[in-house]
Structures are given as C-alpha cells and as structure tokens.
Design a protein around this ligand. Structure first.
Ligand SMILES: NC(=O)c1ccc[n+]([C@@H]2O[C@H](COP(=O)([O-])OP(=O)(O)OC[C@H]3O[C@@H](n4cnc5c(N)ncnc54)[C@H](O)[C@@H]3O)[C@@H](O)[C@H]2O)c1
Length: 364
C-alpha cells in the first residue's frame, strides 16, 4: 500500500530534508508538498523546486483557504506534516497580523480542509520551544518554576538574569524544558505557534486523526536559508562571517541554546509517523545539551576558516529573546524510539562546508 503524505512548508529547510528522508525509507509513498516559496526564504521569483517523480509540488499559501482545501482534496492524505509558517521572532512584533494570518488562520484552514477528508490518521505539527518563554528553572527545594519575562530596564543596566516568581527560593538553576511546564510565550511568533498546537489538538478531539506536537529547539544545518535575516542564528552568523563581517554577540555572550542538527529533527518527524503515540502528545526535540551563543559562534568561525575573534560582545538585547533554552528529550526518546545522532562539532562542520559552497556559488 502506498502511503499518501501531505506536507505544508515542504520546500523549506526542514521540509525539503523531510521529503528526502521519507522517500529513502523502504515504504512506498506519494508526497504532496504545499508551499508558497516565501521570498524571504527562497528569494524573489524562485522557480518551483525539483523533486523526484512521486512528489507533487503545489505552489500555494496556507492563508488561502480554498487553495489549501483543493490541494488537500487532491492529495487525499493519511498523514499530514504541518510545517508552513512565518518563523521570525523579532519580525513577528512588526507584523503580527501577517504572522497570525499564516500561522493561526493557516492552521484553521488546514483543519477545515481535513474535515472533508476521511483517510487522515495523523497530523504532525512542527511546533516550537518558543512556547516555553524563559523556560523551566528549579529552586533549592527542587520545585519547578517558569522564568518571568525579562524587563528592558534591567537589561539596559546589564542585568540579563531571568526573574523568578516570588515563591521561588533562590538560587535557581535552569532545567531542560518539558511538556509538563506551563506555556509562557514571550513573542507574537511564540503565541501563534502555541495557537497552532491548541487548534490542532482541539480539532483532533473527536476527529479520525491524532495530533502529534513536536516542539523543536534551534534547528541548524545545511539548507537553512542564508538570505533570511530573521531566522536561524547560525545561518545568519555564517553569512555575516562569509562577507567578512564581525559578529555582534548580544547580551554578554552567555545566552544558551539547544542546537539540534536538522537530520536529527527530520528523523524525529519520520519516526512520529511510525510511532503509536496518543492524540495530543507533546514531545521536545533537541540535542538535550545547552551551548552558549558565543561558544557556538567561535566554533563556526573556526570551521569557516576565519579568526575566532571576529566578534564583539555588544551588551545589546532584543525584547523576547530567551536567556536559556534547552530541551528535556527523555519523553521523545522513549515515545519515538529516537536518539539524536549528530554531535555539535560534526553538525557545525557540515553547516560551514555547505555555507562556504553556497556563498561561493552566490546562492545567497
Ligand atoms: N528552524 C528552527 O529552528 C525551528 C525551530 C522551531 C520550530 N520550527 C518550525 O518548523 C517549521 C519549518 O521551519 P523551517 O526552519 O524549515 O523554516 P523555513 O522557512 O525554511 O521553511 C518554511 C517553509 O514554509 C513555507 N511557507 C512560509 N509561509 C507559507 C505560507 N503562507 N504558505 C505556504 N507555505 C509557506 C516557506 O516557503 C518555506 O519553504 C516552522 O513551522 C517553524 O515554526 C523551526
């Protein structure tokens, strides 16, 4: 039996590698990719991507309900991956309506389109750790709290610590985020990503399909748009370094992130297809290891062959930036039988090699 799969955003960084990975498996599959080739990601006037012959590409916008419904009807899928989204945290402050139209309304359009389909069994959402905001901390008594939003007055004075609820007994230490923590989105982007989760879980209640929510940490690797100035800190850094620039490292350089290599994320998406997981499950997908932005930037510099002192720590900050982000991946490991495979050293090396070639070929 051929499995029919519909992927929104399937021409993007994660989606295009997902398509390849799904086709590599032994199962027989036909895939429909629905993507508007967003100019911010793909450049102006991008040509349709070339996929193997059992992949059908449909150029369309998830905020166009009738177009999406028509594509879903054509695909008649059993499995849907929902990846299409506006993805810039900072940009989402400037364009909240566009972010809601694509991320929130785009999801409701998908839900309405699925109502007309009887064969859908699973919808997998590319969700984001952004829904945790400042994320989880544990105090001296072992009680978990979610950090409070950081205020500009404190950060202007060079204090980048995360305030805690009054009940927390200091000192606290950060922990890996897990689905048991209450959401605390700190940006428009994060709020729209949380809405996507709520909407899909609500719609899946009583529907013939299950919603599977995979909250990704910072995904990086070859293929992440080098031209998009709004997302993918390592791709943004790579481009700045390749044009001979100096990196501006925000705050004190100690912002921590969980960088997870794209193939590990794709592996989790593929495994979500095979896994028998309950409706509404939320799984955190990351490497499980925090790294400081400064450490990561220097590793990238060395791999790109530029001096690892090509940076300045500026003390600047962005509202909505999170101080510490890392996943607790134990739930995902056991639910999906999944383990991230790519070390940070090897992942950065692969990103740098790819970025050098892309830059040389002027594909940016
Ligand atoms: N990359 C990360 O670090 C990361 C982290 C957390 C969550 N995510 C989520 O993963 C998903 C994929 O992200 P990515 O990194 O591959 O981004 P990407 O920008 O490379 O890919 C997104 C794809 O969606 C398409 N798209 C955008 N708006 C669309 C619209 N209105 N209609 C149809 N298609 C549209 C774009 O053309 C692009 O091909 C997103 O939902 C994002 O929120 C990514």
């Amino acid at each position: 039996m051929t499995q029919r799969i519909f992927i929104t955003g399937g021409a993007g960084f994660i989606g295009s590698r997902l398509v390849k990975a799904l086709l590599k498996e032994e199962a027989s599959r036909t895939i429909w990719v629905f993507d508007n080739l967003h100019p911010q990601v793909h450049g102006a006037n991008a040509a349709d991507p070339i996929f193997p012959k059992n992949v059908h590409f449909i150029r369309g916008d998830v905020s166009d309900g009738p177009a999406l419904a028509k594509a879903v009807e054509l695909a008649n899928p059993e499995l849907v991956y929902h990846l299409a989204a506006e993805t810039g945290t900072g940009q989402s402050y400037d364009e909240p309506s566009r972010y809601c139209a694509v991320n929130v309304l785009g999801t409701t359009h998908l839900i309405e389109a699925l109502r007309e389909q009887s064969n859908v069994r699973q919808v997998v959402l590319a969700a984001s750790r952004a829904v945790y905001g400042e994320g989880g901390y544990v105090d001296v008594r072992g009680i978990e709290y979610v950090g409070l939003p950081r205020q500009p007055e404190m950060m202007n004075a060079g204090d980048f610590t995360v305030p805690m609820p009054a009940e927390a007994v200091l000192p606290v230490r950060p922990i890996g985020s897990h689905a048991g923590l209450p959401p605390a989105p700190a940006s428009v982007y994060a709020s729209t990503k949380l809405m996507q989760e709520y909407l899909l879980v609500q719609a899946g209640d009583g529907a013939p399909w299950n919603a599977t929510i995979l909250r990704f940490q910072n995904v990086y690797g070859p293929g992440q748009s080098l031209r998009n100035p709004y997302t993918g800190v390592l791709s943004i850094f790579a481009r700045q370094l390749l044009v001979g620039g100096e990196l501006a490292i925000f705050e004190d350089g100690d912002i921590a992130r969980d960088f997870v290599f794209v193939d590990d994320v794709v592996d989790a998406l593929v495994k979500a297809n095979a896994a028998s997981v309950p409706h509404g499950i939320i799984l955190d997908i990351g490497s499980g290891e925090p790294v400081s932005i400064l450490e990561m930037a220097r590793m990238l510099m060395r791999n790109l062959g530029v001096s690892d002192t090509s940076y300045k720590i500026t003390g600047q900050f962005r509202i909505g930036d999170i101080r510490y982000a890392c996943a607790n991946i134990t739930a995902a490991q056991s639910a999906l039988n999944w383990v991230p495979q790519v070390s940070i050293q090897s992942g950065v090396e692969r990103l740098a090699e790819w970025a050098k070639v892309e830059f040389k070929n002027a594909n940016v």
